[in-house]
Design a protein around this ligand. Structure first.
Ligand SMILES: [Fe+2]
Ligand SMILES: [Fe+2]
Length: 464
């Protein structure tokens, strides 16, 4: 049995390292420490798994390890997956002797490579030329255990960790991560953003949201480790499109909303990491710098012809309160648009309920309590709409019913305490086969007194 969180961390570190390497030169302390951190994690992992090498496979645009599909890393790992694709590779093998310098070289190659190489042989020659001895690119479709012949295609037979139908939501989520990562990287380097791409990925989000919001939102529970702003922006956009959809916004408006949500914190790319990731309290000066991300984001977007007024307004105004407070300061006559009000609610809810290394995530009930108490912060109608749309047990959450059964929330009910639930585990704790899984609508008359007993925070542990 391997330590899943450690493995996730290794893979996410590698993928976010590619994005980091695009920002900093090879000898930068950040890049160096990233390589060292990777090596330390790799060795600890190899020791605990009693292995001499780690093989991370790429199959169908997703990351796999020993026949298991790695959901979290696949979401955040778009950069790594694309890199493997450019090399015509089916994954990467890291041997025990891998050095921090080799990781820096690998990230450098990933950051530099724009177009596909001629084939796997060329990819391997390229890696050898960079001095990569202990890191190899594996052949495509090599089977996950590493025993398939080089060009033999092996059908993927792994299963999703969550047991759900995550296929296309994972790829959509991955694309959303990529859009935000690229937007922030380009903004930091004073390059133009690809706003059209953000719009087209929002279109995917919108259509998937209509059909399978539960699948999409389940992915919100995967922690980010070190890309808080990226994951945050993706989750805010997802919540915003879901709420906008429920409020009956027209398609064009929803597309704009998704794009505005993805890009609302792009100004953070201009905030130094020391402030952005400072674990403790910010002092007055640091706080003022942090707050400037709203104005900076609007300025960045205003330079783009393809950015809509909504994109600019959302970046500028998402920290402004309903009562006129917040930041940036605005004259009393300034009218706040409803889209910014909507995004503000999603932004605060996401920040309160997000999984972070330095705090326990709040439950939706706790988050709503805080938001309702903060009088004047939110447009009251918008906050009410948000709460009734998501309910106390938002879609995608795992809940336990008071008769012992467990399942996934499919949708909030008219009563926010009584959602519609798909039961996956029986009262005795046994996981049900697909044929025996069933829906319970707690809002229906035949549900009687049956109630939600509580959220199951660690769904994987519960459903294993
Ligand atoms: Fe913000
Ligand atoms: Fe935000």
């Amino acid at each position: 049995m391997t330590a899943q969180p450690e493995l996730d961390k290794i893979v996410i570190l590698l993928s976010s390292g590619i994005a980091q390497r695009k920002l900093y030169f090879a000898g930068h302390p950040k890049v160096k420490s990233l390589g060292e951190e990777f090596i330390a994690l790799l060795h600890a992992f190899l020791d605990s798994a009693a292995r001499d090498e780690l093989f991370i496979g790429v199959i169908d645009g997703k990351l796999v390890y020993e026949g298991r599909f790695l959901v979290g890393p696949s979401i955040a790992g778009g950069q790594l997956i694309r890199f493997a694709g450019l090399l015509h590779g089916g994954g990467f093998v890291f041997a025990r002797g891998t050095t921090a310098e080799e990781i820096t070289e690998l990230l450098g190659l990933a950051a530099d490579l724009q177009d596909p190489v001629g084939g796997l042989a060329e990819a391997r020659a390229l890696m050898a030329a960079r001095g990569l001895q202990h890191v190899r690119v594996a052949a495509e479709y090599l089977d996950p255990a590493g025993v398939g012949a080089d060009n033999e295609k092996v059908t993927w037979q792994g299963k999703d960790q969550g047991g759900g139908h995550l296929d296309s939501p994972v790829l959509i989520y991955q694309a959303l991560y990529d859009v935000v990562t690229n937007a922030h990287t380009n903004a930091a380097l004073d390059r133009m953003l690809d706003i059209d791409n953000a719009r087209s990925v929002s279109e995917y989000l919108l259509h998937s949201t209509r059909e399978s919001f539960t699948d999409i939102i389940q992915l919100m529970h995967y922690p980010d480790y070190d890309s808080y702003t990226v994951g945050h922006s993706v989750r805010v956009a997802t919540l915003a499109v879901h709420l906008g959809n429920k409020l009956g916004l027209p398609e064009e408006g929803l597309l704009e909303l998704g794009t505005a949500g993805l890009l609302h914190d792009v100004g953070k790319s201009k905030i130094p990491d020391e402030i952005l990731f400072k674990p403790g309290r910010l002092d007055k000066e640091e706080f003022a710098i942090m707050q400037s991300h709203a104005r900076l984001g609007a300025e960045i977007l205003m330079e783009h012809k393809t950015a809509t007024p909504m994109d600019v307004a959302a970046a500028w105004g998402h920290h402004r309160r309903h009562d006129g407070g917040g930041y940036p300061a605005a004259p009393a006559w300034a009218v706040r648009d409803s889209v910014t009000a909507l995004l503000q609610v999603c932004d605060v809810f996401e920040a309160l309920t997000a999984i972070r290394p330095y705090k326990a995530p709040m439950t939706p009930r706790e988050a709503y309590g805080i938001m309702l108490k903060d009088q004047g912060a939110f447009d009251p109608g918008m906050l009410r709409a948000f709460i009734s749309t998501l309910g106390l047990y938002p879609p995608g959450n795992q809940v336990r019913l008071d008769d012992g059964r467990q399942g996934t929330v499919l949708a909030a009910g008219a009563d926010i305490e009584r959602p519609r639930v798909k039961v996956l585990v029986d009262a005795q704790g046994r996981r049900l086969d697909a044929a025996d899984q069933h829906e319970v609508d707690l809002g229906a008359a035949d549900a009687g007194d049956l109630q939600v007993a509580g959220l199951v925070q660690d769904c994987e542990a519960a459903l294993a």
